[in-house]
Design a protein around this ligand. Structure first.
Ligand SMILES: Cc1cc2nc3c(=O)[nH]c(=O)nc-3n(C[C@H](O)[C@H](O)[C@H](O)COP(=O)(O)OP(=O)(O)OC[C@H]3O[C@@H](n4cnc5c(N)ncnc54)[C@H](O)[C@@H]3O)c2cc1C
Length: 352
């Protein structure tokens, strides 16, 4: 039986591992012990029930060998982990993104990971004032969570752009700005935070904002530095791994890359990563049997953005659909994800 190494057990990795485990000897290298459904991780803040809870990998993947360690490098035909070289017949790289720090973050949190939220949950919930830096989807979801906290804190959101959610059309930005118009919320546009010290956040206009808590939500970049030496020819200037339409890494027939690190031009989302996993798993199976490879076709999909506990909307280009019940869809999405991990055949049909 051929062996497959998968590096990174997030959206791409966990689905790939599950799809391939019936016919391959699969090892998943993942530094964390628990799987988290990232799209709902911020809901921990306002205390939505179980949606963001952590699940041990071993509970989700009983027929996959788990190696909880950090992959440190790649060389011809092997991955460096725990000081040894692990050989592979096929390799899947899917190590996701790291938060981009707009400035030396000091005490500010990057609320992109379950652990950083859980460890600071009491501080977040008891703070009287917050500064959210960044007006993209993560900043907006965080604003929604903080706005729904029972103690009615003051929340300031600062964006370097002239409108919130500027990756969508102006109609979507107007909706979000009118939604967050309560007396406790302040929206500061076309301003950048350049640094912080002693609870003050300094802007490029020479002003400062005082707050108990600050959060950096200024985007992310591909987590690929450990690949740079071994895959130099396949790295793009932005740090993405160049792949062809079969999701094979440029110049490497048996190495695939999916999810946020891949150079595919599309919105980096959980759903896109799940679709990558279907293509990659199918192509590894085909390569092994000498069959034809599937081509991945990027799709532009609406983004479901939470507005905090009990409310959410869908954004697509210059349109939006605001139905509070959509918030349930976020939780259903998570339950559905876990269901498809258990029933890979179903997701192969749905995500192609
Ligand atoms: C706060 C937040 C909210 C989001 N909301 C949404 C949303 O509502 N809808 C949506 O579609 N998308 C959302 N996204 C984006 C979505 O979560 C990502 O696009 C998706 O998870 C990317 O999948 P991936 O497989 O590339 O990486 P990830 O899911 O990030 O998984 C990468 C994994 O690799 C592991 N890893 C990294 N480096 C190593 C290493 N060297 N060795 C071993 N393991 C390693 C990490 O621990 C991690 O588990 C959100 C993201 C964030 C941060």
């Amino acid at each position: 039986m051929s062996n497959v190494l998968i590096v990174g057990g997030g959206a791409t990795g966990i689905h790939c591992a599950r799809y391939l485990s019936e016919n391959f000897d699969v090892t998943l290298i993942e530094k964390k012990k628990h799987f988290h459904f990232t799209p709902d991780v911020l809901s921990l803040i306002s205390g939505s029930p179980k949606s963001a809870e952590a699940i041990p990998y071993e509970e989700l993947l009983d027929d996959v060998q788990m190696m909880h360690a950090e992959a440190l490098g790649i060389s011809d035909g092997s991955i460096l982990v725990k000081g040894k070289e692990m050989a592979f017949d096929y390799l899947v790289l899917c190590t996701g993104s790291l938060p981009r720090m707009a400035f030396d973050g000091g005490d500010a949190l990057t609320p992109y990971e379950y652990d950083s939220i859980v460890q600071n949950l009491e501080r977040i919930r008891s703070a009287n004032s917050h500064v959210v830096i960044g007006g993209g989807p993560v900043g907006i979801e965080l604003l929604g969570e903080l706005d729904k906290l029972g103690n009615g804190p003051k929340v300031t959101i600062v964006s370097g752009k002239d409108r919130l959610l500027d990756r969508f059309g102006p109609k979507v930005s107007r909706f979000v700005q009118s939604y967050f118009k309560g007396p406790n919320i302040e929206v500061l546009l076309s301003k950048r935070v350049l640094g912080m010290a002693d609870g003050r956040f300094f802007t490029d206009e020479g002003t400062s904002i005082e707050a108990d808590m600050g959060y950096v939500c200024t985007g992310s970049y591909p987590n690929t530095s450990f690949l740079e030496a071994g895959l130099r020819d396949a790295m793009s200037a932005s740090g993405h791994v160049r792949v062809n339409s079969s999701l094979q890494v440029q110049g490497h027939r048996n190495i695939f890359a999916g999810g946020d690190i891949s150079s595919i031009y599309e919105e980096k989302t959980y759903l896109a990563a799940e679709r990558h996993a279907v293509t990659i798993a199918s192509n590894i199976a085909s390569l092994d049997k000498g069959g034809r490879l599937k081509q991945y076709v990027p799709r532009r999909m609406p983004l479901l953005i939470s507005l905090g506990r009990g409310d959410a909307f869908l954004a697509y280009n210059n349109d939006y659909l605001h139905i509070p019940l959509l918030h349930k869809a976020k939780m259903l999405e998570r339950d559905f994800t876990l269901f498809t991990i258990k029933h890979p055949g179903l997701s192969k049909i749905l995500f192609v």
